[in-house]
Design a protein around this ligand. Sequence first.
Ligand code: SF4
Ligand code: SF4
Length: 439
Amino acid sequence: MATTSNSLPSAFDAHHRPSTDIIDKCVHCGFCLPACPTYILWGQEMDSPRGRIYLMKLAAEGAAEITPSWVSHFDRCLGCMACMSACPSGVDYGKLIEATRAQIERNFKRPSGEKRHRHFLFKTFTRPDRLHRLRTPLLAYQKSGLQAIVRGFGLVKLLPKKWQTMEALLPKLTPREAVPEVTPAAGNKRRRVGLLLGCVQREFLSQVNAATARVLAAEGCEVVAPQVQTCCGALLVHAGEEAAAIELAKKTIDAFEQANVEAVVTNAAGCGSNVKEYGHLLRDDPQYAERAQRFAANCKDISEVLMELEPHCERHPLKLRVAFHDSCHLLHAQGIRSQPRVLLSGVPGLELAEIPESAICCGSAGIYNLVEPDAAESLGDRKANLISQLKPDVVVTGNPGCILQLQAALARRHQKTPVIHTIELLDASLRGQPFDALR
Ligand code: SF4
Ligand code: SF4
C-alpha cells in the first residue's frame, strides 16, 4: 500500500469523513477479532475490524491512499456489525464503514467489469418493478424443467462465479401473494401500523409479507402497506451509494407519513436496520432531518411489535425442531436477540435448537454474496454444517437475504431442510395450519 508523509492531505474528501472521534475510540484491544467472520476465514489483521479501523486512520491522516489493495479490505467486510457487539469500548464501526464506503464510491475508480456488475445489482435489486418483470421468465425457467437440466448437468458451472451464485440463490418461485393497501384488524383495533414491503421480499418471498400482515391483523392491528412505497435504500447505503440512498429514504418517509400510522413494521432485518438509521442518513437535510428522526424512532421489527402486543390469538401446536438463525442486522445492528426466541417459544410443541457460533454471519450481508461469492460461500458452508448437526425440521430466521443464503448453502450439502421466516411459522401456528403447507 502506498504511504505518504503525515503532512499530506487526507485521502478522504471533505464530505462526511469517517469520524476521527470514533476511530480514536478504538484502543486496539482485539476483542473484536474472534467475532469477525473475515478474520476467522483468513486470520489477516487487515481483514479484521481493528485492522480496518487502522486503515481508515492512515487514510484520514494522509498516510495511505485509496488504492485497490486498501479498498479490497473494505470490500471484504460484510458489514455484519459483529465487531460492534464484541467491542467493550463502544466503537461505532457501523458509522465508520458506511462513511468509508461512501468515500470509496466517490473517490475510487473501480474496474469497468466490477462497476457494471454493481450497477446491474443496484438497478435491479432496488427496483420492485424490475424484479416483478423478472418473475415471468424466471418462473418459466423453473417450471419448464430448464433449471433442473441446467443444475443437473452442471451447466451452471459454465457461468462466471458471480452469476453462478445468483442462480443458486434463486428461491423456488410461488404465486405472488400481494398485500393490500389496507388490511383491517380482526376484532377490536388495537393499533394502526405501516408495513415496509421490501424489494426482493415483495417479489420473490411475498409469502413473508402476507404472513406478516395476517399475524398483525389477527392480533388487532390495522395494517397499511402503502403501494407507492419504493425501496428503502438499505442495499445502497450499506454499499456506500449515499446519494441514491438518500433519495429513496425521503420517498419512504413521504409514503409512510401520508399513511398516518403509529409505527412502521419491518420484517427484513437489513431494511429494518437501515430505516432505523434514517436520522443519521438525512442529518444534513433541513426539510427531512427532524422528520427522519421521528420516522426512525417509530420503525420496529415485527418481533418487537408482537412482543409489545399482549397476545390475543391462540397458538396452535407445531411439533417441530426449529434451528433459529440470528440475522446480523437483527442481532448486531438492531440488538434484537430474545424477541424472536420468545415468540417461537410461545408455540406449543415447538423445540428451539441454538445454532453454535450464532453471532457469526452466514455470508449473505446485502449484496455481499453476489460481489464476494467465494467468502460468502465459505461462510454459508460453515453455517450449513453447524445447522446440519442439529438435525432440525426447519431453519427459521428474520431476513430474506439469510433465507436465500442458507437455502443455497444447505442445497450444496444436498439437504432439503426448509428455511423460512419467523413470522411464517407464527402465522402457521395462529392459523392452525400444518407445517407441510409451508414447504
Ligand atoms: S462488520 Fe463484520 S466483517 Fe466487517 S469488520 Fe466488523 S465483524 Fe468483521
Ligand atoms: S474491540 Fe473495539 S476497541 Fe478493541 S480493537 Fe476492536 S474495535 Fe478496537
